[in-house]
Design a protein around this ligand. Structure first.
Ligand code: AGP
Length: 367
């Protein structure tokens, strides 16, 4: 299929804008007709009989896996091991009978992820993949291949594939919670109905593009940028830092807010912008206190939060991006949008090749 930029300046901009639509597509694919349950292929193992889940991927797909660990463990009470494929495959980890090993890949051709999959298949694990390209090697070699339905992604920096991966992984965590007796039918139906309102909420976040662009003009002047988040916002902070590095060539790294005083706080000065991802959730106060430690040392903070968070954040924040309110567990999908917009506009301000950044390939088929 031929794809064009659909009136956008870059494929990346088009793919960011497509997210409400493609997430809607993924939801209509997986939700039952009455919208109260999740339909998975018959080959999919029942999570009730599973005692450990292994999640393996590279890059952005790996950050989707780290996010999913929080969901599976908290909602489904299912222990999760998560690793990058290049480490997992050579560590020769024990893989017990009955382990479900889940591989996430946009292209379905990433060499290290495929090798990790073959390692687990050899050990008689049940291999499940979450892929965008249905005819890919990873999909073909899986016992169960679950499509994310993001459509063709051209930009080297993954955007819509990431949020569609998150959507499918969240559905799996909910299904696991239901099968393991941690969610009753009504509670599941409620969560699915919240999920169905997500595309509309994402449209509101997309409409904040001009604010993100303003902040990005400032970020473009920096040599280093720090991203902070806690809980579900920690993997998202890592994804935000990766996105920025890939296309703007500015060094960025992410820390779990609670780790700040264990080292990285030594870096803080007025020249290194700090992006804090923090919806007003149960961990918000803790993140705010970390943010204040940054500001007390001259750090310039961009706070990405919601109305409630804004009201409670106090003074001293340099920039804010205000997101719509969303159920706590869905925040990573929503907050992916400002992370992408910040990276995109910073890259534009720096004049880099957004869709084809230097040194990178869309699909890494060699180690
Ligand atoms: C994301 O922006 C990157 N270009 C990269 O990290 C990518 O996610 C990684 O190479 C994995 O690719 P895959 O999903 O096709 O396996």
């Amino acid at each position: 299929t031929r794809v064009d930029k659909g009136g956008h300046r870059h494929f990346m901009a088009k793919e960011i804008a497509e997210q409400p639509h493609v997430i809607g597509e993924a939801l209509s694919h997986y939700l039952t007709a009455d919208g109260r349950d999740i339909a998975l292929p018959d080959t999919m193992p029942d999570f009730a009989g599973v005692d450990r889940l292994v999640l393996v991927a590279c890059g952005t797909a790996y950050f989707a896996c780290v996010t999913a660990k929080y969901w599976f463990e908290r909602i489904a009470r299912l222990p999760v091991e998560v690793d990058i494929a290049s480490e997992f495959r050579y560590r020769e980890p024990p893989v017990a009978d009955g382990t479900v090993a889940l591989f996430v890949s946009q292209s379905g051709e990433t060499a290290d992820t495929l090798a990790a999959l073959r390692y687990c298949a050899d050990k008689a694990a049940h291999v499940v993949s979450v892929v965008n390209v249905p005819e890919s090697s990873i999909a073909r070699e899986s016992g169960t291949a679950l499509p994310i339905l993001a459509g063709v992604e051209v930009g080297v920096a993954s955007t819509k594939a990431f949020t569609c991966q998150l959507t499918v992984l969240y559905l799996l965590a909910l299904k696991a919670a239901r099968q393991r007796g941690h969610l009753d039918a009504d509670a599941l139906a409620d969560r699915l109905s919240a999920l169905r309102s997500l595309p509309g909420i994402l449209n509101h976040a997309l409409a904040q593009d001009r604010s993100a662009k303003k902040v990005a003009r400032k970020l473009a002047e920096a040599d280093d940028i720090l991203f902070l988040g806690r809980g579900l916002m920690y993997p998202l902070a890592m994804e935000g830092a990766l996105k920025l590095k890939e296309i703007s060539y500015i060094h960025a790294e992410a820390y779990a807010s609670g780790e700040l005083k264990h080292g990285p706080i030594a870096l803080i000065d007025k020249r290194m912008p700090v992006v804090v991802m923090a919806p007003r959730d149960a961990l918000f106060d803790k993140t705010v206190s970390n943010m204040q430690e940054v500001m007390a040392r001259g750090g310039k903070v961009t706070l990405v939060t919601d109305e409630a968070g804004l009201a409670e954040a106090g003074d001293g924040v340099t920039h804010t991006l205000v997101m719509p309110t969303v159920a706590d567990d869905l925040a990573p999908i929503l907050y992916a949008i400002p992370a992408q917009q910040l990276a995109y506009h910073t890259a534009i301000a720096k004049g880099t090749d957004v869709d084809q950044p230097r040194n990178l390939a869309k699909s890494v088929t060699v180690e």
